[in-house]
Design a protein around this ligand. Structure first.
Ligand code: CA
Length: 707
C-alpha cells in the first residue's frame, strides 16, 4: 500500500498522499473503500470507529470500546437517519462499517452500500435469486450480512452462490457455486468470514436432507482452497480424509449418508489469530429422528459440535460435541465467542457458546476441553446436567427418547432453541455475556416409516407438528414461548440479571464500553440497558419486529448506533398463531441514531384486525379435514402451521374475494416471481379446492375469535 501510494503521490505532486492519509486518519470514506486486511482485523481495537467484520473482532465479542454514547448520555440518542430497504421481508444482517461506508443486506441476499453518516444509498447489488426459492429452504430467504476484504465485499447468496463485489461500485468481480449436489436443497444464509486471504462459508439445508461442509475460497480469485465435510458421505465413494474415517465410526446403518446426515454450518464461526484456529459451529442431524438416521447408535460426529480447524488447510484440530447423537434439532451453529476469562484465578482463553440445547458452554480455546457447562434457561428436560469429567450430557431418556418406543415426547427446549442465531455479546468490562434467550418446547412425534429424500420437501423423520388452532391451546403455548435478555456470568455460570419479553425471537445484542447493552425486540422496540445492572435506559418504537443485532461506529469522531428492523425468519413462519399477537408489520429499515439526532421517527403502523369477509363455509367436515392435512404438508411451513401466518407471508385467512377467485392459478404458479412457488406438479385442482375449503373455515374461525 505504502509503495503504491508513494508512486502515485509522486505523479500527483504529493496531493493524493495527503488526501489518503487524511481520509484514513479521520475515518471518512477512504479513496479505496473496504481496504480491510488481516492486520487491520487482528488490530480491530485500534480503530474502534469501524465495524470491519460481522462480530467486529475475529473473536466475535460484539463489544465496542466506544463510549461517547454511555449510560449517562444515552437519553439524548435521537434518530440521525433511516433507510427503507424497499422489500419488507426479514432482516438478519449485521452491517459492516468501514471508513464511513455501511455495507448491509436484505432478504434474497441483496447488498446495500450506504453513506454511514447520512444513510444515502451509494450502490445496491441484487444477485437475482429466484423469488420462489424459499420453498427449497427453511426459515425464510434471510441473509446475515457481508464480509469485506481488500476492496471487495463478499456475500453468500441464498441459492448457494458466494460472490465478490467491487466495494466502490457494487459490480460483481467473481461468483462461485458452493453447492456440491444440485439435487439437494442447499442454501446460504450466514455471513462469510475471511481469514488469511480465504473466504470461508457454510450452507443451510439440514431439514431437507443435505451433507454439511464449509469451503474456503481465495478472496482475490474465488479459487477453492479447501473443503471440510462435517459428516461422512457415501462409503462407496471413499473417505475424503483420515478425519472422515475417524468420524464414520460414530455412525450406524446406511440411512445417514443417503439422507445426507446434516451437520450444516449455517451461521457461527470465529477465529483466534494467536492460536491460529478457526472455530465453526455445526448443525443438527438429518434426519432429526436418531433411530432412522443412525439406528439410535453412536455420537454422529460432528453433529451439534464446535470444531476447530487450521484456516490455511482446513485440517481438523479438535471438536467438542454439545449434543451427542442429536435427536432434537439441537444445532451448535449458535454464535461462538472467543475471550479471556479468569478461570480458577488464572487468565484462560476460552470459547463460549449458548447453543439451542439450553446449556452454556465454556471450553478451552486451545484444546476444546470442557471447562464448565450449566443450564442457562430453567426449562431444559432432555439432559439433567453435563458431566464435568467426561464432558458429556446426562441424557434423560424418559423425557426425551422418542425413537426407542416410537412415541411422541414433549421436549424442552424445542427446535427453535433456548437461543437461536441472534448473536449474543460479551463485555470484558462487566465480564457478562448478553444472550437473547428464550423458552421453547416441541412435541417430537416420530414417523414410523422412513421417507426417501425428495428435493424441496421438509424431511426430518418427524410428523409435521399440529400447531393448535383454538384460542385456549394457543394461550397455553404462548405461556411457554417467552423470551428474555439474559446477562450471564460465564465464570460463575449463573444469571447476573435479566429483562423479560412476552415473546421469543428477540434481536441480537451489542455491548459497549459506555456500560450499555443494545437490543431490538420481537414487539418492535429498540432498547438500551445498563450493562451492569439491567436498568432500561432508552427506548424507541418501530413498526416491525427486530431480530438483527445492532452495531455502533464513528464518522468524523461522532458515534452512531444502528438497528435494523425487518420481521420474519423461522419463528413467525412455524409458530404464526403466537407471533401474530404483536400485530407488527414486516417493515424493513435501517435506523441510525446519534446524540442530539433530530430526525423524526416514522409513525408506528400495525396490522389491521378487520379481515375481509370470507366466502360462505359450505364444505363438509371431511373436505375441511382433508384440506387441513394438505395445508400442513404443503403450505404450513411458509404460511404458518395451524394457520396462521404471522405478518410475513400473507395470512390466508385474510384472502380477498379476488384472491379466492384466482386461488387455483396462484397455487399453480401465477405469483412465482412474487415469492409464491408453483405447486401445480404436487397438488391436483381438487386438492387445491380442499385446501381453500379449510382456509375458508379458518377465516370464519378467526372472525369468531375477533368478535
Ligand atoms: Ca435445524
Amino acid at each position: 500500500m505504502k509503495t503504491r501510494v508513494g508512486g502515485m503521490a509522486a505523479i500527483a505532486g504529493g496531493l493524493l498522499l495527503s488526501t489518503l492519509s487524511l481520509a484514513q486518519a479521520t475515518g471518512t470514506a477512504a479513496a479505496r473503500p473496504a481496504a480491510v486486511d488481516g492486520a487491520r482485523l487482528t488490530a480491530a481495537d485500534r480503530e474502534p470507529g469501524n465495524w470491519m467484520s460481522t462480530g467486529r473482532t475475529y473473536g466475535e465479542q460484539r463489544y465496542s470500546p466506544l463510549e461517547q454514547v454511555n449510560d449517562k448520555t444515552v437519553g439524548k440518542l435521537g434518530l440521525a437517519w433511516r433507510y427503507p430497504f424497499g422489500l419488507d421481508r426479514v432482516i438478519e444482517a449485521t452491517p459492516i462499517v468501514v471508513d464511513g461506508v455501511m455495507y448491509t443486506t436484505s432478504a434474497y441476499s441483496i447488498v446495500h452500500a450506504l453513506d454511514a453518516r447520512t444513510g444515502k444509498l451509494l450502490w445496491k447489488y441484487d444477485p437475482e435469486v429466484y423469488r420462489g426459492i424459499q420453498a427449497s429452504g427453511c426459515c425464510d430467504a434471510a441473509n446475515r450480512g457481508v464480509a469485506v476484504w481488500n476492496g471487495k465485499v463478499y456475500v453468500g447468496v441464498y441459492d448457494g452462490r458466494l460472490e465478490a463485489l467491487d466495494a466502490r461500485t457494487g459490480k460483481r468481480v467473481w461468483s462461485v457455486n458452493t453447492v456440491i449436489d444440485a439435487d439437494r436443497n442447499y442454501t446460504i444464509t450466514g455471513a462469510p468470514r475471511i481469514v488469511k486471504g480465504k473466504v470461508v462459508i457454510g450452507n443451510g439445508g439440514g431439514e431437507y436432507g443435505v451433507r454439511g461442509y464449509v469451503t474456503a475460497y481465495d478472496a482475490d480469485t474465488g479459487a477453492q482452497a479447501w473443503r471440510f465435510f462435517t459428516v461422512p458421505g457415501d462409503p462407496a465413494k471413499g473417505d475424503e480424509s483420515d478425519t472422515i474415517a475417524m468420524i464414520r465410526k460414530t455412525w450406524a446403518g446406511d440411512q445417514y449418508w443417503k439422507q445426507g446426515g446434516g451437520g450444516t454450518v449455517w451461521d457461527a464461526m470465529a477465529y483466534d489469530p494467536e492460536l491460529d484456529l478457526l472455530y465453526i459451529g455445526v448443525g443438527n442431524g438429518s434426519y432429526w429422528h436418531y433411530g432412522q438416521r443412525s439406528e439410535g447408535k453412536g455420537d454422529n460426529l460432528f453433529l451439534s459440535s464446535v470444531v476447530a480447524l487450521r484456516p490455511d488447510t482446513g485440517r481438523y484440530v479438535w471438536h467438542y460435541q454439545t449434543t451427542p447423537g442429536d435427536a432434537w434439532d439441537f444445532t451448535a451453529t449458535q454464535h461462538i465467542i472467543v475471550a479471556t476469562l479468569p478461570i480458577d484465578g488464572q487468565p484462560r482463553k476460552v470459547v463460549m457458546q449458548a447453543p439451542k440445547n439450553g446449556f452454556f458452554y465454556v471450553l478451552d480455546a486451545a484444546t476444546g476441553r470442557l471447562i464448565s457447562a450449566e443450564k442457562f434457561v430453567p426449562m431444559v428436560n432432555w439432559a439433567k446436567s453435563v458431566d464435568p469429567a467426561t464432558g458429556r450430557p446426562v441424557i434423560d431418556a424418559e423425557a426425551a427418547d422418542y425413537w426407542t418406543e416410537g412415541k411422541p415426547k414433549l421436549v424442552f427446549p424445542g427446535s427453535l432453541g433456548a437461543h437461536n442465531w441472534q448473536p449474543m455479546s460479551f463485555s470484558p468490562k462487566t465480564g457478562l455475556v448478553y444472550i437473547p434467550a428464550q423458552s421453547t418446547a416441541d412435541i417430537h412425534h416420530p414417523k414410523s416409516r422412513i421417507d426417501a429424500p425428495r428435493k424441496g420437501v421438509w424431511s426430518t423423520g418427524m410428523e409435521i407438528p399440529s400447531v393448535p388452532e383454538d384460542k385456549k391451546s394457543i394461550d397455553e403455548f404462548a405461556a411457554i414461548y417467552t423470551g428474555k435478555l439474559l446477562a450471564w456470568d460465564p465464570v460463575r455460570q449463573k444469571e447476573a440479571w435479566s429483562a423479560p419479553y412476552a415473546q421469543i425471537a428477540n434481536g441480537g445484542t451489542l455491548a459497549t464500553a459506555g456500560n450499555l447493552v443494545f437490543q431490538g425486540s420481537h414487539d418492535g422496540r429498540l432498547l438500551a440497558y445498563a450493562a451492569d445492572s439491567g436498568k432500561l435506559l432508552w427506548e424507541r418504537r418501530v413498526s416491525s419486529g427486530v431480530v438483527a443485532a445492532p452495531v455502533t461506529y464513528t464518522v468524523d469522531g461522532e458515534q452512531y448506533v444502528t438497528f435494523s428492523s425487518g420481521w420474519g425468519g423461522s419463528y413467525p413462519i412455524a409458530v404464526g398463531p403466537l407471533s401474530e399477537r404483536t400485530r407488527g408489520v414486516p417493515d424493513a429499515q435501517v435506523f441510525t441514531f446519534k446524540l442530539g439526532g433530530s430526525a423524526a421517527m416514522p409513525k408506528v403502523r400495525q396490522r389491521a384486525l378487520v379481515p375481509p369477509d370470507p366466502p360462505p363455509a359450505t364444505a363438509d367436515a371431511a373436505t375441511v379435514n382433508a384440506g387441513r392435512e394438505l395445508y400442513r404438508n404443503h403450505c404450513g411451513m411458509c404460511h404458518g402451521l395451524g394457520a396462521f401466518s404471522a405478518n410475513v407471508i400473507p395470512d390466508l385467512r385474510e384472502m380477498s374475494p379476488q384472491t379466492h377467485e384466482d386461488f387455483q392459478a396462484i397455487v399453480a404458479g401465477a405469483r412465482a416471481m412474487k415469492g409464491m412457488p408453483p405447486f401445480g406438479a404436487q397438488l391436483k385442482p381438487a386438492e387445491v379446492e380442499q385446501i381453500r375449503a379449510y382456509l375458508i373455515q379458518r377465516a370464519h374461525d378467526r372472525r369468531t375469535e375477533l368478535r
